[in-house]
Design a protein around this ligand. Sequence first.
Ligand SMILES: NC(=O)c1ccc[n+]([C@@H]2O[C@H](COP(=O)([O-])OP(=O)(O)OC[C@H]3O[C@@H](n4cnc5c(N)ncnc54)[C@H](OP(=O)(O)O)[C@@H]3O)[C@@H](O)[C@H]2O)c1
Length: 319
Amino acid sequence: MSLYRNTVWFIKGLKEYTRGGYEAASKQFNSGDLDVDCKGHSYMITGANSGIGKCIAQEIAKRGGKIHMVCRNPKTAEEVRNELIEATGNQELHLHLLDMSSPQDVKNFAKKFVDDDEQLDVLINNAGCMINTREVTSDGLEKNFTTNTLAMYMLTTHLLPILKKSSQPRVVTVSSGGMLVQKLNTDDLQFEKMRPFDGTMVYAQNKRQQVVMTEEFAKKHSDIHFSSMHPGWADTPAVRSSMPDFYEKMKEKLRSPNQGADTAVWLAVAPAALSHPSGLFFQDRKPTAKHLPLAWTKSNTSEDEHLMTLLNDLDSKYS
Ligand SMILES: NC(=O)c1ccc[n+]([C@@H]2O[C@H](COP(=O)([O-])OP(=O)(O)OC[C@H]3O[C@@H](n4cnc5c(N)ncnc54)[C@H](OP(=O)(O)O)[C@@H]3O)[C@@H](O)[C@H]2O)c1
């Protein structure tokens, strides 16, 4: 089954996820969709110092939005903040240092943001990683899971009270089409049983979990517009460092980081995005299937709810 899924997925990717795929899809874009004034609105972007997150920040800053950049590396984050202020003329870029692989820090950060009664209209969960060996955090949690899944769950959950004060709140999660090769698996969230450890499949499972969480959040919180998306295959530091073989083979065909960011920006700011129901998975400004044909990756409602229960249990271990 995994050979079937991987083959179908790769063929789909060659057609749709490449620069050529973006150029073909973008012919259908409504050119006015991003003519939006973001002044008066506030956007939080995780991983805003690099790749897709940086491009999202720049596009929204250009449109006048207030940006909360949530980053772990103080040096690159400050450099990028200055670069974006210079490029956009928008002074409202605020830096928050946070390592998303520390659940306690994620919880503290979100709670303080809410206690400070900061305004937040849109949360963009963009930070992500693919670590190819099994590493555990000081809490004993597998690092990809902690950064990609648990952090997204905790940050979103603990920012809900402030998002709910917005007139049109949105949560956009940068997932990946790579999730199409994985069925949700809640039996081994820490990948203790996986032999051999496979960073690509761990990442794909985490990205599937993000898509399932987006659906579950959407079911529970009808006053917030939730979406997940696939950026396509974009030339970013993560792809170069975590997938060097893929990068070497595909580098001529990769999207630019801006092309990868386009749908996330559209989901975050375009009024047109809100015409779609909450909880969907998008690619190139359109809702797209969450499953490959005949791939048997659909989980049932109780499995999806079980994921949320397990994440809630983990979250409750932190004060
Ligand atoms: N590029 C693609 O083709 C592609 C395809 C599908 C999905 N995606 C998704 O797109 C998102 C952005 O990735 P990218 O391709 O733009 O790669 P990138 O340029 O390497 O950006 C990844 C961002 O995540 C941050 N990050 C990683 N671990 C973190 C942690 N523990 N705490 C805080 N921040 C952390 C990184 O911070 P540092 O700079 O400090 O490392 C960086 O800002 C990810 O969720 C990725 O899975 C990308």
